[in-house]
Write a protein that binds this ligand. Structure first.
Ligand code: ARG
Length: 471
């Protein structure tokens, strides 16, 4: 007999049970479901909706049910559809009919909305922590490479030299925005929906604020229809997660390129690389490739959730049960990637000589020759053309600008003097970008100092929230 079986005259078709049940995946919510039920039953007792004695018996029973589930000793059944009804069934089996009082003034619709928020709060705190570890690893590499110069690229063509530290900090700031996006979503996730009932509220004199306090929510949701229909917070999380995945994927792509023989800029640690079953010489950047590849499923979950929601009338519809697997998978995919990225970046060996050679054997100081002529009075558009000719000449000679003799350079402009060699040296070229956000060493150092302050603030935020969630 189903918990809702009263108005039915025959059992559900087994295929229907198998198709509609969510217990196969929503058992992940057991802990949050019971956490929410404990707050709900405490409130029922407090408000005199059920007796304090009954509330106490139910609370004890719920804790035992959680222990049983966590120990793998509880039988969860498809016939009970989802985690909410499985818990209720187990509770009643455990403490008898008094367990049937738990669901007073509540529906699975507001219950599942609550569970999703409880789950996501923890996931957000964890993910911000993991992002912090990757940012820290990037910052460590940056600090070790405040003198390491490599070509910066546009169109994947060597463009202007930059410090490797500058390149690392670019990613640290992308991830910082990701952290801030998740923190910002907090004010929308951290609202308590229970009390919405099935859709219209409840006739019982419940105290929603009491429940919100117990569960450390900042506030309660404002509208019962919205409370049970809203999955914006899931979409918002999937969207933030997609951006994180996209950032990690771009960095992955660079790691893959840099560790190729063609670039030969870095070597990933053996512990974070894999071999080939056929080619003994191979060392593959599988982790980076897979992180790049897995961005696809995260983007897919975002599209899936938006599509599921877009045509739904108010309020709850069963379609919304589809909110879970994509969210769980996204959380696990991100945690896996971020957990690996921190040590992989930290242990990455940077081949600074190869990077330097790539800068030296290149025309990435061409802009600086143009700027040099501008400083000596030539209009930039004219100097651009002059340098274009000089580059063409060099290519024909099989040389780079710094290899040309002074007389050769002076064919293009008599403004060029002996100091040109100093001006075009990679170190000078980098140091000259000395404006806020530029690649000059002290500017990269500023970025490092700034990100370290932000990282400390992120850490405080995370610890504060984690303490509340545990408390
Ligand atoms: N398993 C359902 C879900 O995840 C719980 C809510 C079900 N509500 C209902 N009226 N069938 O969405």
């Amino acid at each position: 007999m189903k918990l809702w079986g009263g108005r039915f005259t025959k059992p559900t078709n087994e295929l229907v049970d198998a198709y509609t049940s969510s217990i196969g995946f929503d058992q992940k919510l057991a802990k949050y479901d019971i956490q929410g039920s404990l707050a709900h039953v405490a409130m029922l007792g407090q408000c005199g909706i059920i007796s304090q004695d009954d509330a106490g018996v139910i609370a004890d029973g719920l804790k035992q049910v959680l222990n049983k589930i966590q120990a793998g000793e509880a039988t969860l059944s498809e016939a009970d559809e989802d985690i909410h009804m499985n818990v209720e069934r187990l509770l009643i089996e455990h403490i008898g009919p008094v367990g049937g009082k738990l669901h007073t003034g509540r529906s699975r619709n507001d219950q599942v909305a609550l569970d999703m928020r409880l789950y996501l709060r923890e996931a957000i705190v964890d993910i911000i922590g993991l992002l912090g570890a990757v940012q820290t690893a990037l910052t460590k590499q940056a600090k070790q490479h405040l003198d390491t110069i490599l070509p910066g690229y546009t169109h994947l063509q060597r463009a202007q030299p930059v410090l490797f530290g500058h390149h690392m900090m670019a990613y640290a700031y992308m991830l910082q925005r990701d952290v801030e996006r998740l923190q910002d979503s907090w004010k929308r996730v951290n609202k308590m929906p229970l009390g919405a009932g099935a859709l219209a509220g409840t006739t019982f004199p419940i105290d929603r604020q009491f429940v919100a306090k117990q569960l450390h929510f900042d506030d309660i949701t404002e509208n019962s229809l919205d409370s049970v229909s809203d999955r914006d917070f899931v979409v918002e999380f999937l969207s933030a997660a997609s951006l994180i995945s996209m950032h990690l994927s771009r960095l992955s792509e660079e790691l893959v390129q840099w560790s190729s023989a063609e670039f030969n800029f870095i070597e990933l640690d053996d512990a974070f690389s894999t071999g080939s079953s056929m080619m003994p010489q191979k060392k593959n950047p599988d982790v980076a490739e897979l992180v790049r590849g897995k961005s696809g499923r995260v983007f897919g979950h975002l599209m899936g959730m938006l599509t599921t929601l877009k045509g739904l009338p108010l309020a709850y519809n069963k379609d919304m049960q589809e909110d879970k697997e994509g969210m769980f998978d996204t959380v696990e995919t991100l945690k896996g990637a971020l957990g690996l990225f921190a040590p992989m970046i930290e242990t990455m060996h940077v081949k600074q000589d190869n990077m330097y050679q790539a800068v030296r054997n290149d025309f990435s100081n061409a802009t600086d020759l143009a700027d040099y002529l501008v400083e000596k009075g030539m209009a930039f558009r004219e100097s651009h053309a002059v340098v274009g000719h000089a580059v063409l000449y060099s290519i024909e000679q099989g040389k780079y600008l710094l290899d040309l003799k002074l007389e050769e350079l002076q064919q293009f402009s008599d403004l060029i003097e002996e100091d040109i060699y100093q001006a075009l040296a990679p170190e000078t070229v980098v140091a000259a970008r000395n404006i806020p956000g530029g690649t000059a060493k002290e500017r990269v150092q500023e970025q490092v100092d700034n990100i370290e302050a932000l990282l400390a603030a992120n850490k405080n935020w995370t610890e504060e929230q984690a303490a509340k969630l545990e408390g």
